[in-house]
Ligand binder design. Structure first.
Ligand code: PLP
Length: 424
């Protein structure tokens, strides 16, 4: 294209123009094929060009594309909320639909604060979070995000919500091994709560598996059990940010199920619409809704396009497609297969320091020296070249890393559509 009026992520870069997508592949206007091994931004969970979803969009568009949520509800939104309540474990029975993951985490934060207000506790307004996390780009979501790179320009506008270290075993903040660390990084939360005062804290938010800010950093077995116990003991809600991990990405509908941990509120996004339409949600438990039902009876948030029928119809079709094709139960074995291949690569290339992740959310961390784990010195040094090189050869992978704890972004996510076959 000779002239473009579109603001793109890198203003001076040339982006290939994608013409169409089929399954795990994208095709640009020059006919070049790309294997979408990152599902875009870990979003295209059922692959591209799925007929059933296109049909569902068409059917809904023929009926009605937009109704305003303060005036009407729609069959698509009602059915989706019911289906999600059935698919999610426990009593996460209430869906508040929004349009992006950032809106979902901000909505979750607001619901947590409102919950305490409805109970007459007005001081609980802070949300604690971890360093090396990403909860979204809007100011509330960015306040919760411990991604130093994305916070930097807006520091004066942000709250200091990130307060504890992540469970980053490859570079343990305490220099301990997972076998004998005593889960210090989880217990650190209680130390911080004591300092800030539980009376001031509404909730703690965390990504079950850390995505963009770390590259599939997966906690050891008891981490979330301890975190939830600390939250319960201190009357602090636990918000699971499952924007990336939810909808089957790690092998269960919600990643938290794998540790038997029941969040009070869950943020969903990305895989919910699988890239076919913008849709996300704050999923809320009965217990958290109860004082709101018996109190003000209204959640003080919402967007013009919240619960948009077109987006809800897409998400409903995505969930039905996932169930009909038995996609989630196969994620674990596909993930193990792919991870073993990556571990083989690691034994060949010493710059691959760590291979990690859960289900089909896998990460590689690159190091200059795998014995000392010395990171590459320039920001995005190797990673950016590797991602570009892979794209030139028709393979799409996703950059990760928060610019903290020394890694400076030298990690990538490998997270293909959940529908990928072993041969692909
Ligand atoms: N939460 C997590 C865990 C994410 O990975 C992201 C996006 O990468 C977000 C929130 C923000 O979602 P969105 O980009 O749809 O606003």
């Amino acid at each position: 294209m000779d002239r473009s009026n579109l603001i793109k992520p890198m203003l001076d870069a040339q982006y290939p123009v994608i013409d169409y997508g089929r399954g795990v592949y994208l095709y640009d206007t020059d006919g070049k094929e790309y294997l979408d091994a990152s599902s875009g931004a870990i979003t295209a969970n059922i692959g591209h060009g799925v007929e059933e979803i296109i049909e569902a969009m068409h059917e809904q568009a023929k009926k009605v594309s937009f109704v305003y949520r303060s005036q009407f509800t729609s069959g698509a939104a009602e059915k989706l909320a019911l289906k999600i309540a059935e698919a999610a474990s426990g009593d996460l029975n209430w869906s508040f639909f929004v349009n992006s993951g950032s809106e979902a985490t901000e909505t979750a934060m607001k619901i947590a604060i409102q919950y305490w207000q409805e109970k007459g506790i007005l001081t609980k307004t802070k949300v604690l979070s971890r360093w090396m996390s990403y909860h979204g780009i809007t100011l509330g979501a960015l306040s919760m995000s411990g991604h130093t790179g994305r916070r930097a320009r807006f520091i004066p506008l942000l709250e200091d919500f990130p307060v504890v270290h992540p469970p980053y075993c490859y570079r343990c903040p305490y220099n301990l091994e997972p076998t004998d660390c005593g889960y210090l990084c989880a217990h650190e939360l209680e130390t911080v709560i004591k300092r800030i005062g539980a009376d001031n804290i509404a909730a703690f938010i965390a990504e079950p598996v850390i995505g963009a800010a770390g590259g599939a950093i997966t906690p050891p077995k008891d981490y979330y059990r301890i975190i939830k116990e600390i939250c319960d003991r201190n009357d602090i809600l636990f918000i699971a940010d499952e924007v990336m991990t939810g909808f089957g990405r790690t092998g269960t509908m919600l990643a938290c199920e794998q540790w038997n941990v029941k969040p009070d509120i869950v943020a969903l996004g990305k895989g919910m619409g699988a890239g076919y339409a913008p849709i996300a949600a704050a999923l809320v438990s009965d217990e958290i809704m109860e004082p709101i039902f018996s109190g003000s009876k209204s959640i003080m948030s919402g967007h013009t396009l919240s619960a948009n029928p077109q987006s809800c119809a897409v998400s409903l079709a995505v969930l039905e497609y996932i169930e009909k094709n038995n996609i989630i139960p196969e994620v674990d074995s596909k993930g193990v297969y792919l991870k073993n291949k990556l571990i083989k690569l690691q034994s060949k290339f010493t710059f691959i320091g760590d291979v990690r992740g859960k289900g089909l959310m896998l990460g590689l961390e690159f190091v200059k020296d795998h014995l000392t784990k010395q990171p590459f010195s320039s920001r995005f040094g190797l990673t950016q070249r590797l991602i570009q090189g892979a794209q030139e050869q028709g393979l799409l992978i996703y950059p990760a890393g928060a610019g903290t704890v020394g890694t400076d972004g030298d990690a990538v996510l490998i997270a293909p559509p959940l529908t990928i076959t072993k041969r692909e």
